[in-house]
Design a protein. Structure first.
Length: 259
């Protein structure tokens, strides 16, 4: 899933054919900012921003990053703020809106499912990003590069517009409570909040390996692992035989040379 490569155009084309189109959720805040600075060719970003549930937030982002006609080729892009454990509000708004825009455009013009894919190890933007995608009606959330066993509970809370938190994995710290990202949708969307459905999340494999999930899921994983073990043992024995044969061959060669 390349950032800006597996984009809304590709996902919409796939979903329009009745398959599951998936957009990459990586760095969508920076991608939206750059699309606006290139002048929003085709007006796609503006069209999606007009459908965002909070027009003041959409207008702030438009006024901050949009460059009429696009920036000069020699001029660098204006950067977005860097993520931290406590993000500035304007960066949280950008994350929400960018994920909304990408999913909304991918869903435009058809009624088939659309998914979004994240990297679990890029943890700080998860909460705002997931909420933005859910506001646009994303159907599936996929996540790799880690074990996302906390995500199902986060989706449950965000679907009810409740505050959620996500502990960060910090190098050198065994206790994941050292730093926690928190997000409350009501800090950003005021008034009557729109209905949000909870997207599906293929969680059984991850949760079962982390010691949670339904007992049936854990049993399925255990059966799969047991089926794999005999094959692994046979492969290990075959490798050991090959190593022994190679050592014997080298020993014979050395004896022949000395003779």
């Amino acid at each position: 899933m390349g950032a800006g490569i597996s984009d809304w155009r590709l996902a919409r084309a796939v979903s329009s054919q009745g398959q599951l189109g998936v957009v990459s959720g990586t760095a969508l805040d920076a991608i939206l900012a750059r699309r606006l600075q290139t002048g929003d060719p085709g007006g796609h970003m503006r069209r999606a921003l007009d459908r965002f549930p909070s027009p003041p937030i959409a207008d702030r982002i438009w006024n901050t990053y949009f460059v009429p006609g696009g920036k000069a080729a020699a001029k660098p892009f204006s950067p977005v703020p860097l993520h931290d454990v406590i993000d500035p509000p304007e960066l949280v708004e950008l994350c929400i809106v960018a994920n909304f825009v990408e999913v909304w455009l991918a869903r435009e013009g058809h009624a088939n499912p659309v998914g979004i894919n994240y990297l679990e190890k890029i943890q700080i933007p998860h909460l705002a990003s997931l909420y933005g995608a859910m506001l646009a009606g994303v159907d599936y959330v996929l996540m790799g590069a880690g074990i996302p066993f906390r995500v199902p509970g986060v989706l449950d809370r965000l679907a009810r517009h409740e505050a959620a938190s996500y502990p960060l994995t910090l190098a050198g710290h065994a206790d994941d409570a050292t730093a926690v990202v928190s997000f409350d949708p009501r800090d950003y969307l005021q008034g009557t909040l729109p209905l949000v459905k909870r997207p599906d999340f293929p969680r059984h494999r991850f949760v079962a390996r982390a010691g949670g999930g339904p007992p049936q899921a854990r049993q399925r994983i255990d059966r799969r692992l047991r089926r794999r073990r005999p094959h692994r043992r046979r492969a290990q024995r075959a490798t050991a035989r090959q190593d022994a044969a190679e050592r014997a061959r080298r020993t014979r060669l050395r004896r022949t040379r000395h003779a």
